[in-house]
Design a binder for this molecule. Structure first.
Ligand SMILES: Nc1nc2c(c(=O)[nH]1)N[C@H]1C(S)=C(S)[C@@H](COP(=O)(O)OP(=O)(O)OC[C@H]3O[C@@H](n4cnc5c(=O)[nH]c(N)nc54)[C@H](O)[C@@H]3O)O[C@H]1N2
Ligand SMILES: Nc1nc2c(c(=O)[nH]1)N[C@H]1C(S)=C(S)[C@@H](COP(=O)(O)OP(=O)(O)OC[C@H]3O[C@@H](n4cnc5c(=O)[nH]c(N)nc54)[C@H](O)[C@@H]3O)O[C@H]1N2
Ligand code: SF4
Ligand SMILES: [Mo]
Length: 646
């Protein structure tokens, strides 16, 4: 039999939403390659998705529903699983009301049809819903406040930048298709700067790196702004498009450049270098995710927004403050926004779940997420889930969360999924199509909810075939060149509703069209210091950063028996490279192996994001559950640990 090539779109929680070409030989996916015709994918995929066929074919893959009987999860038929779920959902709703049911959906797949799972619970209830966004909540909320929108200029507009600042961003690992665009810009003369407390792979791309103190980006932004004000290099027109300029200036001038620089632990030369870049625009800021996952994260992003605006870099081509691309903008929502009877805040999920009364949360449904491994304070999340009467998890693998479920429903992987999606790192939209049929015991999530809707008598839930639902989602843009047929024909289509420049008219989307500058310094964060102990290191800032090999908690077994913990040799005097250690926080401890790296700051410890909780590898077992100042993000990075030899 000859091999055939099938086209799909990667649905991972990743900014790139790549066009994928799958080689299928005798019903088996033998290779995945990037679509050379996709303008952003350019023919290559990341390390983890190139190896996806291995994972999808592994024995760890769930092939049939499981139902808990005592301590065990045992195989069951779909009829048994969905029959039990329908009975429990109906019973809990009638006994305790729909607020006793919580639906939690995370980013396991970015497919738009996944929103139909929300629709089900809105129609069945409305039930208790999750609010906040542990991933990008603070940054998006900051930009909404300042600009009335969190969106970006076209990705390729970066080629018009004279300077690009990668602010807390590691594209070589977590946004790999940005790298060729940066290189293209550099080939045209663009200078690249990296602002990150951690030395990482993307350092090799940058002309200059500023390794500031963790979480001190607000102070660095103030130092640069002060330098610009002092040297008369702010945009003369700033007062015409910014509100609160005098208050912002007073904030900036509340400390000298030297004092701000000292607070950020950077040199005056570094402040000058960055100030010169902002005065010599167009200068683009690419805002990474890390520093907004702090208690002051919203204020930090607001400071970057302000810096761009007052230096005259917000509106011109080649400028802008790009954090997020509005990936859902092209799609028509499946239902109206409803009023939920109650909400659970994602960053403090366990606390809210355990505190819920009248009614308590009796049923939790988890779609496309592994909250036990990925939400802060993992042990408490596990406890809250264990304490919930009836837990359903839809996943492709038996995750830390699925292991605690009463019913586990097996769903397709990205190789078998069928959906439409946008990206949060560019403006192209694409279709995901099964490149092989799903295994016989697995069901598409839309089919699961259609079946369940029939069982619980939910007549309003859409029963159309998947293609028709895709067309509904594309209804607003189908007439503008983004119909399902064009997605199929071209592989990916640039969203017709995304302009090349976000603010072409020099006005933002706030109520009065003016940029809202921040006026106050954020309060100091609350951070517990782990107790001193014999042989323990000084307190170190714990970074749980993306790694090449894993996607959040997926593939975490590739982290090996022990996770690596990277530190400067002086941070752990007397300990050697490869030493077996424990990382201790006020919440708990996990085992690790030391990786000594003299390029790191002496006050940081870097571990992978996404280790499994049940393998005692999850950084989230160490991290307190705290919300960010804006947008109910999770302050994952406000965490101090000590390292002790084992
Ligand atoms: N390989 C891989 N790619 C991924 C993911 C993955 O798990 N693996 N995850 C995906 C997801 S869910 C997302 S949201 C995105 C982003 O995913 P993230 O996991 O947020 O991306 P990271 O590459 O870890 O980048 C965060 C950067 O912020 C830096 N940082 C932390 N604190 C500070 C600070 O105070 N100041 C400054 N300036 N920098 C700071 C960190 O050192 C790090 O370099 O990537 C996606 N891509
Ligand atoms: N310490 C620390 N914690 C973090 C972060 C950090 O940087 N540091 N990053 C945070 C960020 S940015 C994010 S986005 C979150 C990610 O948190 P999660 O979204 O919980 O991440 P994953 O571990 O990727 O879990 C996704 C699950 O969805 C499953 N899945 C895949 N496709 C489908 C599908 O089509 N349907 C269903 N039902 N399931 C599917 C996968 O098998 C996987 O188990 O983690 C956050 N947690
Ligand atoms: S995970 Fe991201 S970079 Fe990798 S193939 Fe998918 S979209 Fe592309
Ligand atoms: Mo994320």
């Amino acid at each position: 039999m000859t091999a055939s090539i099938h086209r799909t779109t990667c649905n991972r929680d990743c900014p790139d939403a790549c066009g994928v070409l799958a080689t299928v030989d005798d019903g088996v996916v033998t290779q995945l390659k990037g679509d050379p015709e996709h303008p952003v994918t350019r023919g290559f995929l990341c390390f983890r998705t190139s190896r996806f066929p291995e994972l999808a074919a592994s024995s760890a893959r769930l092939g049939q529903p499981l139902i808990r009987r005592g301590e065990q999860l045992e195989p069951a038929t779909w009829d048994q699983a969905l029959g039990l779920i329908a009975e429990k959902l109906t019973q809990i709703r009638s006994e305790s009301g729909p607020a006793a049911i919580l639906h939690y959906r995370s980013g396991g797949s970015l497919g738009i049809l996944k929103h139909l799972t929300d629709l089900f619970f809105d129609q069945f209830g409305p039930c208790t819903a999750k609010v906040g966004d542990i991933c990008s909540g603070a940054g998006e909320a900051a930009q909404l406040e300042d600009f009335g929108v969190s969106d970006s200029n076209d990705l390729f507009d970066l080629c018009n930048s004279r300077h690009i600042v990668l602010w807390g961003k590691n594209p070589k690992v977590s946004n790999v298709h940005l790298v060729p665009v940066l290189k293209e810009a550099q080939a045209r003369g663009t200078r690249l700067y990296l602002v990150d407390p951690v030395e990482h792979k993307s350092r090799s791309l940058a002309d200059h790196a500023v390794q500031l103190a963790p979480g001190r980006d607000f102070e660095l932004a103030m130092a640069i702004a002060r330098q610009l004000f002092d040297s008369g290099r702010t945009a003369p027109a700033a007062a015409s498009y910014c509100d609160h300029l005098p208050e912002f200036r007073a904030l900036v001038e509340s400390r000298t450049v030297v004092a701000w620089a000292k607070a950020a632990d950077v040199t005056m030369a570094q402040v000058q270098l960055l100030a010169d870049a902002f005065a010599d625009g167009p200068t683009a800021i690419l805002v990474g995710w890390g520093m907004q996952r702090r208690q002051r994260g919203g204020a930090i992003v607001r400071a970057l927004d302000a810096l761009s605006a007052i230096s005259g870099n917000l509106f011109p081509s080649g400028g802008g403050v790009s954090f997020y691309f509005r990936r859902r903008k092209a799609f028509r929502p499946f239902g109206p926004t409803v009023q939920h009877p109650r909400v659970v805040r994602e960053p403090v999920f366990a606390e809210d779940l355990l505190a819920a009364r009248n009614p308590s949360i009796r049923c939790l449904w988890v779609t496309a997420g592994n909250p036990v491994a990925m939400l802060p304070d993992s042990a408490n999340v596990a406890k809250a889930i264990d304490a919930t009467e009836f837990v359903v998890v839809a996943d492709c693998f038996l995750t830390d969360t699925a292991r605690r479920a009463d019913v586990v429903l097996p769903v397709p992987t990205m190789l078998e999924d069928s959906d439409v999606l946008g990206a949060y790192g560019h403006h192209w939209i694409g279709e995901s199509r099964p490149v092989v049929p799903m295994p016989p015991g697995v069901r598409h999530e839309v089919a699961i909810f259609q079946d369940l809707a029939r069982r619980v008598g939910l007549e309003s839930f859409p029963q159309e075939p998947i293609d028709m639902l895709k067309r509904q989602a594309l209804a607003e843009v189908a007439g503008q060149g983004a119909s399902l047929e064009s997605l199929r024909k071209h592989g990916a289509v640039r969203s017709p509703v995304a302009d090349r420049l976000l603010f072409p008219a020099g006005r933002v989307f706030t109520a009065n069209g003016r940029v809202q500058l921040l006026t106050q310094a954020p309060p100091e964060p609350t951070i517990e210091v782990p107790a001193a102990a014999a042989k323990a290191s000084a307190p170190l800032w714990l970074f749980s950063n993306s790694t090449e090999k894993a996607q959040a908690s997926q593939w975490a077994t590739s982290l090996g028996e022990r996770i690596g913990c990277t530190v400067h040799p002086d941070a752990v005097p007397g300990l050697a490279h490869g030493a077996k250690v424990r990382i201790v926080s006020p919440l708990g401890s996990i085992a690790a192996e030391l990786v000594l790296d003299p390029a790191q700051r002496k006050d940081v410890a870097v571990v992978p994001k996404g280790g499994h909780f049940d393998r005692a590898q999850s950084a989230n077992a160490l991290i307190a559950a705290r919300a960010t100042d804006l947008g109910l993000g999770a302050a994952y990075l406000d965490c101090l640990v000590r390292i002790v030899p084992e």
